[in-house]
Design a protein. Structure first.
Length: 170
């Protein structure tokens, strides 16, 4: 005696397999830590504020990282205007205490202006901040008035209350 199992319509089986594969693929592509990563973007606009008599450097001070979080910065960008064209524009990323984390040379100044988009990777713990210092040399001065000077940081915050943030090896 042969027992026959109830048959399902072929269309239902195909849809079930396709949905299962799509769900599995999306699970494989997801970042398991994504729930703890909050997108971060901050723009510090110093337009008209970098013009102290003979100012050749300007600091862009970013806000303090909220308690229970760690900031991961992935990109720094900016736009600077000068009253003359300096030979070199250097950009230094500093810890809250002033110690340098990273630095780079911005692209050459054209028409008294330079802009930069710099991929990076650095971390700032809760209760701390960082700054970006832009220095024009030799003797480049930041333009006054409505001439634009801003720096942007893009990255994400990690929720250290949900996932313990390990200490840094120094």
């Amino acid at each position: 005696m042969t027992t026959r199992l109830p048959s399902l319509p072929r269309r239902l089986i195909a849809v079930s397999v396709a949905v299962s594969m799509a769900v599995a693929a999306s699970l494989l592509a997801q970042d398991v830590n994504a729930a703890e990563q909050v997108p971060y973007q901050a723009v510090i606009n110093m337009t008209g504020k970098c013009t102290a008599q003979g100012a050749t450097a300007c600091s862009f001070n970013f806000p303090t990282v909220p308690l229970g979080h760690r900031l991961v910065v992935r990109q720094i960008s900016g736009l600077m205007n000068f009253s003359g064209a300096p030979n070199t524009v250097s950009v230094t990323i500093n810890e809250q205490n002033g110690d340098p984390l990273q630095g780079f040379i911005a692209p050459p100044v054209t028409y008294q202006e330079t802009g930069f988009i710099q991929p990076t990777l650095f971390y700032v713990d809760a209760g701390k901040s960082f700054s970006v210092q832009v220095t024009a040399s030799p003797s480049g001065q930041f333009a006054s008035g409505p001439a634009v000077q801003f720096v942007s940081a893009i990255g994400y915050l990690i929720d250290c209350d949900k996932e313990r943030c390990p200490d840094f090896a120094r």
